[in-house]
Design a binder for this molecule. Structure first.
Ligand SMILES: [Zn+2]
Ligand SMILES: [Zn+2]
Length: 342
């Protein structure tokens, strides 16, 4: 392989297993940085994109958007970075810089967001990636790279909505789902001082939830406990995918409580209680750049330590299967073992 090529794990078409391919080194434009990838976390969004669940995936597709690595090239207009700096990169790799949302520093809502992903044209399960330098974040010195990787998407996705509501009198919160996002939400919520209840379909996760910092654990099957927190929560953060027992979730919320979706759950509930209790519902998508920087400082200060399974990147298909089978506890980070030169 010549040094002008990148190697990355790609799905050649919808739903296919990933294979190592070589492609042209994307050019570093004036605002860009090139980052040699050392670690990349696996997020369920990668799997959805491989399956073209969002209808926006171009193939061959190299997923990966929880990236940590070292700067290897800096565009002419980039300031604040030098070759060798360790950085993290999340789902968003660029933004148009001109739309109303970019002007308000809410880049995650950029009108061109479909084309703003770090994985456009190729993502982080590769020897290197190129992104706009404004979307690469310097990492706290003591933070392990695998921890930083998980924070770049999973961390910001739950930190941002918890932080946004912190000043609105919210005290009692619920977390639906104890997986990659859910376990991060528990740790951040605990560090922020919320009284946190985990709502899960799996009773077996109770001890884990409490160990991560949850104050209470309720199984959806436990009618008595559910009755006990009826109208008890100010805000529920839904981190789960797929089917959710919505009526039970809504009934845990106080009147005018807030239901925040961060995972891509199927929404198909009877709206009677939702309407009668005047529930508010909002989606929350990653976070802006300012929130990302704040989250990294917060995670460093409170030593947020996600539960991570480390695997070599060459076992990426096995890692994907672990996530699909709901076996990962709770996040998988792939350590780059792709030979840099062959
Ligand atoms: Zn993600
Ligand atoms: Zn924009």
């Amino acid at each position: 392989m010549s040094s002008s090529m990148v190697k990355g794990y790609a799905a050649e078409s919808v739903g296919k297993a990933l294979d190592l391919i070589a492609y042209e080194l994307p050019k570093v434009k004036e605002h860009d940085v090139r980052v040699s990838v050392t670690h990349c976390g696996l997020c369920y969004t990668d799997i959805h994109a491989i399956d073209d669940y969002y209808g926006i995936t171009d193939f061959p597709f190299v997923p990966g958007h929880e990236i940590v690595g070292h700067i290897s090239e800096v565009g002419a207009a980039v300031t604040g970075f030098k070759v060798g700096d360790r950085v993290g990169i999340g789902w968003q790799g660029r933004s148009c810089g001109k739309c109303e949302w970019c002007k308000r520093d809410e880049e995650q809502l950029c009108v061109s967001i479909v084309d703003d992903g770090t994985w456009v044209p190729y993502g982080g399960f590769a020897t290197s990636v190129v992104v706009d330098g404004r979307f690469a974040y310097k990492l706290p010195n003591g933070m392990p790279s695998e921890v930083a990787a998980v924070l770049m998407c999973g961390g910001i996705s739950v930190y941002s909505p918890l932080r946004k509501h912190e000043w609105k009198g919210v005290k009692d919160i619920g977390v639906v789902g104890l997986g990659g996002l859910g376990h991060l939400a528990i740790m951040f919520a605990h560090a922020m001082g919320y009284n946190t209840t985990v709502l899960s379909s799996s009773k077996a996760k109770k001890d884990h939830a409490i160990a991560l910092g949850a104050d209470h654990f309720i199984s959806f099957d436990d009618k008595e406990s559910l009755d006990g927190i009826e109208f008890g929560l100010d805000l529920v953060l839904c981190t789960a995918h797929g089917k959710i027992p919505w009526v039970k979730v809504i009934d845990t919320l106080k009147k005018r409580g807030i239901l925040v979706l961060v995972g891509f759950a199927d929404v198909d509930f009877n709206s009677t209680d939702f309407v009668a209790h005047e529930i508010l519902m909002e989606g929350s998508f990653i976070g802006n750049r300012a929130m990302m920087k704040e989250m990294l400082q917060f995670a460093d200060k409170y030593k947020i330590t996600p539960m991570i399974e480390l695997m070599p990147m060459s076992r990426i298909n096995e890692a994907i299967q672990r996530l699909k089978d709901n076996k990962a506890r709770y996040r998988v980070v792939l350590v780059n073992d792709i030979p840099q030169r062959t």
